[in-house]
Structures are given as structure tokens and as C-alpha cells.
Write a protein that binds this ligand. Structure first.
Ligand SMILES: NC(=O)c1ccc[n+]([C@@H]2O[C@H](COP(=O)([O-])OP(=O)(O)OC[C@H]3O[C@@H](n4cnc5c(N)ncnc54)[C@H](O)[C@@H]3O)[C@@H](O)[C@H]2O)c1
Length: 312
């Protein structure tokens, strides 16, 4: 019988892409999301969807017969988390513990859960290995706390987990609705509309971008390869690009000569991030999508959203 997987945050960017991949591979997929930030219509057909909150104990019965859990639901906009540390802790810590508890009670085989490269905010080591954790923002602190709960559930209840520290994941369905959208979506939307995109700061900040399909390759390995159990993995490309470089690449792919507007820097953002991906690579995983190829998938997605009239 096909393994059954439960995804929290299934209406979000990474969750909906993961659901697509797992359905294609023949897995049964149960999805949970409270639609706080997610979009119901992007949940792939075939997902047994439940509009529920991860903090609610009413989710427990959904875990019956589940083999693997991907816990991706979170409050994850760093600036929103700074404004409301209480809700950040409530969703990202209490909600995560509730999911570990549900998984423990149902005796699921493993919980794969999302941490973040934000855990390296205070680190000066580039590329950053998994060991160099220095969280600063409330978002990062909330993800850090979940890690300790995962360790507690492993120690006291034998719950198997794998933690994933995503760097800047991009691709179709990346959320463009935020007040300050991720750079890819922001640049593509503005340039397609013939408007000037905004770059905060000098544009020299560097980020490690990884395509969601590459991330999904590793997600699959978390199910099939037991060497991933009990470990934490960085998921990035191992290369970083400046915001100015990204801008030029997108402008060139769109044939645009529009120049960006530079505005004062956003507070609290690290100057650079870069993943040390040797641990994930040691298991045979490799990022396979080049930035140029990946950007094309983001462009096609945004073009589709514009054509459907979804972006004002
Ligand atoms: N996208 C990235 O580059 C990135 C980088 C680092 C870490 N992460 C982590 O990966 C995970 C997925 O990120 P994403 O980019 O897909 O985010 P997303 O915002 O697109 O998806 C998160 C989903 O969680 C849902 N959600 C939020 N609170 C909930 C609650 N209380 N109960 C039920 N559902 C709830 C939202 O409605 C949304 O659909 C998150 O945990 C995030 O912190 C993402």
C-alpha cells in the first residue's frame, strides 16, 4: 500500500509543491492548513485537505495511519514575527509541539520539520555549517526552540525526526502577497508591469537561493533514506548571489531595461547567507536546477497569476 504522508502548511509555497511531488510519486497525501497565509486553490487536487490549526488538539485523529509527517506550517515573515513574539511562539513553538505530540500518539514513522537558515543570523562563518547556530530574531528563536522539543521527543518518546534548514527557497507559488514580497516575485511583478522595482539598501547583500524542486528531491530522501533520521540538514545551493545580480538576471530574462529604485535598508537582515551543503551532498543529493533555469519557472508562474488577474 502507498505510504501516507501528512503535510502541515499544505496551502503554502513549499507545502503545495511538496504535495504535488508526493502525489506524482504515488503517495497518499493528507493536508492541514488554517489558510492564514496559504491559498486554498493552490492545494493540489488529490490532497485530503483539512482546514485546521496546528495548535488545535482536534488534529490528532488525522494522524491515524499516517506514515510520515512534513511539518511546514509556521508564522514565517520575519518582520511580522518581530512585531508579535507571543503569536510567533504560539504558532511556531506550541503549534510545533502539538504536531510532535500528535505524531507520537499515532506512532508515525518520522516527522520531517522546517527550521530555517535564519538560525545562522548571528554567524560570521560562510559557508555556514549546521553546527554554527546563532539565532537572533524572534522567528529564528522560535525555530530554534522547536529543535529542542524535537530532541526531547526523540529522547523521551523515541520520535524520529529530520530537521531541514531551508535557505532562500524559490519557484512557482512563492508567496508574493506579503507587504515586502521575496525579491524574485517583487522584481518579476514590477518588471512585467513596466514599473520600477525597489531594492532596499545597496543591493550588495548576498543570498543562497535553492529551487523548490531541488528541495523536493531531498524531501523524498527523508522518506526513503534512513541516514537522514535524527539529523539536521542545510538545504541551499552552496552558491550565493547579490540582489543586484538577481535583478540584472531577471531584467535580462524579461528583456527589460527598467532601472530599480534604491531605498534605505531593511533592519535586521544579515549581510550574506551561504549554505554549507556538504552533509546533504554526502548522502548523494545535489541541487540540479541552475538559477537561470529556475528563474524561468518563477517568471512563468507570475505571468500566469497576472493573466488570471490575481495580482492587482
Ligand atoms: N520559503 C523559504 O525560503 C523558507 C526558508 C526558511 C524556512 N522556511 C520554512 O519552511 C516552511 C514553509 O515555508 P513556506 O515558504 O512554504 O511558507 P508559506 O507561508 O507559503 O506556508 C506556510 C503555511 O502555513 C500555514 N499556517 C500558518 N500558521 C498556521 C497554523 N497556525 N495552523 C495551520 N496552518 C498554518 C499558512 O496558512 C501557510 O499556508 C515554514 O516553516 C518556513 O518557516 C521557508
Amino acid at each position: 500500500m502507498a505510504p501516507k504522508v501528512l503535510i502541515t502548511g499544505v496551502a503554502g509555497f513549499i507545502g503545495s509543491n511538496l504535495a504535488d511531488r508526493l502525489l506524482q510519486k504515488g503517495y497518499k497525501v493528507v493536508g492541514v492548513d488554517n489558510l492564514a497565509y496559504g491559498v486554498e486553490e493552490q492545494i493540489p487536487e488529490g490532497v485530503d485537505f483539512h482546514k485546521m490549526d496546528i495548535r488545535d488538539r482536534a488534529v490528532y485523529p488525522l494522524f491515524h495511519d499516517i506514515d510520515y509527517v512534513f511539518h511546514l506550517a509556521a508564522k514565517n515573515c520575519i518582520s511580522d514575527c518581530q512585531l508579535d513574539p507571543v503569536e510567533t511562539a504560539d504558532i511556531n513553538v506550541r503549534g510545533t509541539v502539538n504536531i510532535f505530540e500528535a505524531a507520537k500518539r499515532a506512532k508515525v514513522k518520522k516527522v520531517i520539520y522546517a527550521e530555517s537558515s535564519a538560525l545562522y543570523e548571528g554567524s560570521n562563518t560562510l559557508p555556514t555549517p549546521e553546527t554554527d547556530v546563532k539565532p537572533e530574531s524572534f522567528y529564528a528563536i522560535s525555530k530554534f526552540s522547536s529543535m529542542y522539543f524535537a530532541e526531547g521527543y526523540a529522547r523521551f518518546f523515541n520520535l524520529k525526526t529530520t530537521a531541514l534548514r531551508y535557505f532562500c527557497v524559490y519557484g512557482p507559488r512563492q508567496d508574493y502577497r506579503r507587504t515586502i514580497p521575496p525579491v524574485f516575485s517583487a522584481f518579476i511583478i514590477k518588471l512585467l508591469k513596466g514599473e520600477q522595482p525597489t531594492i532596499y539598501g545597496t543591493g550588495e547583500k548576498r543570498r543562497d537561493f535553492i529551487h523548490v524542486d531541488d528541495v523536493n528531491d531531498f524531501h523524498e530522501m527523508c522518506i526513503t533514506d534512513d541516514r537522514t533520521t535524527g539529523k539536521v540538514f542545510n538545504l541551499g545551493s552552496g552558491t550565493n548571489y547579490s540582489v543586484n545580480e538577481i535583478y540584472s538576471m531577471i531584467a535580462s530574462l524579461l528583456g527589460s531595461s527598467v532601472k530599480p529604485v534604491y531605498k534605505p535598508d531593511l533592519p535586521g537582515e544579515a549581510f550574506a547567507n551561504l549554505a554549507d551543503i556538504s552533509l546533504a551532498k554526502s548522502l548523494g543529493w545535489r541541487p540540479r536546477i541552475s538559477l537561470k533555469e529556475g528563474l524561468q519557472t518563477s517568471i512563468e508562474f507570475i505571468k500566469g497569476e497576472l493573466a488570471k488577474g490575481k495580482i492587482p
